[in-house]
Every structure is written in C-alpha cells, then in structure tokens.
Design a protein around this ligand. Sequence first.
Ligand code: ZN
Length: 387
Amino acid sequence: MKKYIITGLLIICIILALDSNARSAYFVTAIRSDTTTFVNGRRVVLLSYNINGSRYMKIRDLAYTLSGTSKQFSVGWSGAQNAILLTSGKPYKAVGGEMSRSGEATGMARISLAKVLLDGNEVSVYVYNYKGENYYRLRDIGRIIDFNVGWDSSINAVIIDTSKRSTDKDASPNPFIARIRNIDPSKPMVALTFDDGPGAQTNAILDILERHNAKATFFVLGNRVSANNRTISRAYNMGCEIAGHAWSHRELTALPESRIRSEIHDTNRAITSATGAAPTLLRPPYGSVNSRVRSVSQSLGVPIITWSIDTRDWSNRNANTIYNNVMRNVRNKDIILLHDTYSATTNAISRIVPDLISRGYQLVTVSELMYFSGMTPDPGAVYFRAR
Ligand code: ZN
C-alpha cells in the first residue's frame, strides 16, 4: 500500500506568494505528487499539486473520475467568452489526455481566479497555471459542483464523497504569483549573497548562476535600483531573491530613527516597483545593527540577515583567496557574503558555484534557506545562518 501513497516523483517546490497589494510576501511549499484519491470508496491516483495546504488538480482528471456518479459534469471551452464551461449532471466525454503525468516543477507560475461558467453562471475557482497546464483547486470544484472533499491523514489520501455536500466556503479573492523551485530539504544547502549592487559584475554573476541553475540573494542599494531595473528584473525572474541593503550605504547605526526608516523603506519601495515583489529581508550596510535598526526593521516587517562566512572580497580582491575562504569553511546552512562589484568575485564565483554543487550543496536564496531549515525569521531579529 505504501508505495501507492505517493508514487512517481515527489518534487518539493517553493513558492513565493504575494498578496495582492504586494506589501508582504510569504513562502509556501508546492508538492507535486501522484495522489491517492478515493471517489465514493473507489481508489484512483491523480496528479496534484499541494499548494499552501490546498490540492490543485486537472479539471479533466476530475471530470473523468466523477463520470457515472451523481455529480458528473462535462467540460468545455468557450473561446468567445474566454472561459471554461462546466455543465453539471452531464456525462464527461474523455479526450484521451486524462490522468496524465507531466511537467517539471520549475520556473514561474501564477495562481489566479479562473473564469469558469457552471451551467452558464460565473463561479470563482482558484487555478494554478504552470507551463500552459491548468490545475484547479479541488475544494473549489467540490464547492461549485457540491460534493464533499476530505483528507484522510492515516492513509494520506484525498476522500471524495458525492453523496455528501460540500462544506467549503467561497474562494477568498487573493490570487498570488508563485515561484516554483526544486529543492530537496534533506540535502545540504547554502545561500550566496551579493551586496552593494547592482554593479558592474552583476550580469556576469547572473550568467554563471544561470549556467548552473543556481540561485542567490542580491542585497541591493536603493540608489542603484532605478538605473539597473533590467538587471534586477533578470535576477528576480531567474529565481534569485532581491532584498534591501539600505538606500545610500550609510551605516544605519549612526542615523536617527526617521532616516533609518527612509533608508529601508525607500529601498524596498524601489525594489517592489522593479520586480513586483516586496522584499522580505534587510541586510544593513557593514552588518551594523543596534536597537534602533532592530526596532525600525521590526516595524517594517523585515528580518535582518548578516552572514556566517565573510569572503573578505571587499578587502582582498583576490579570486583564489575568495575561493578558499568559501571552500575551506563552508558548512550546511551557511550564508556567504560576497559583492557583485569586483571582478575578482566574479572569477571566484565561476569556480565556487560548480564546486559547491559538485560537493552536493544546493545554492538557494536566503528565504529558501530559512524556509527549508524550518526557520521563520522574525522581523527585527538578526540571523547569521540557518542552523
Ligand atoms: Zn555593503
């Protein structure tokens, strides 16, 4: 039985979810699995994504599975109305693509409210679009067709009962953009971080990261954001994390509270307009923190991230030294300080990235590192590493 519970590939993914006004961002997991599902006691296996605790499935898989029950429905498409058409009570005609297993869970995805017409009436259903495939939230389908959806944790199975009514409420109107990543939380991971950019080296560093499908975190200066919007968008769209390093690189501990606030807030606003996502972390210049910096960070909702390995690239400017400072000291869950402003750093990175990967490290963003380490960073608190 056990091997049927989750067959095939189980992919742990991570999603950066944004609320609609982009003031805060939070991480959730998306797990793609072949999911044991009992429909009126009959066992089937359906491909699903578990996103933030909700199951998302293909509408045709569900229609196929419910065929012949009292809650069967047909599925059509109206190009003119740009809507999926469901007709309750009608048998579903299979098209041959049901119960498919496809898609690698990487890249950008979007969760939105789909336009669905049920017997001609518009209903709201969450849909997760990934590489052209749509996955509908199972509880929303249960709610509109009116069948009961449950979960049996003792056998890790979805339970659909068409003889019982749905107990689910309307979908809350809070669509979000999802970022999907393959990360194995049981394997080692580190976060490369680059401060003071975007700078002359940022694109060369992104080229290296891209070549190895690695991600990093860029703590950017607010006063450099608008001139480098394209570079920041590129990094963000590659799956890198963009966070603030204050506006002007002044040491925040020397500033009054109002100025600390504007240094952080203005930077975060500039990043939000460049990427569409509000940053969720702060790295103060020089790593300098005092009680004022902590309390402003707390009120702005950002945890403070420093580092566990300083490559000292800012002082040695030597690729071999930078390389050795990383490779001789690195441990699981480290946060590594670098700068995307020195060519020596780029040269070092061209060896560090493949060599860390060949040692078994996953190169993740700081937020991914925290999330997969089971840490929920508190705004205003200081984190050196994720262990
Ligand atoms: Zn700096």
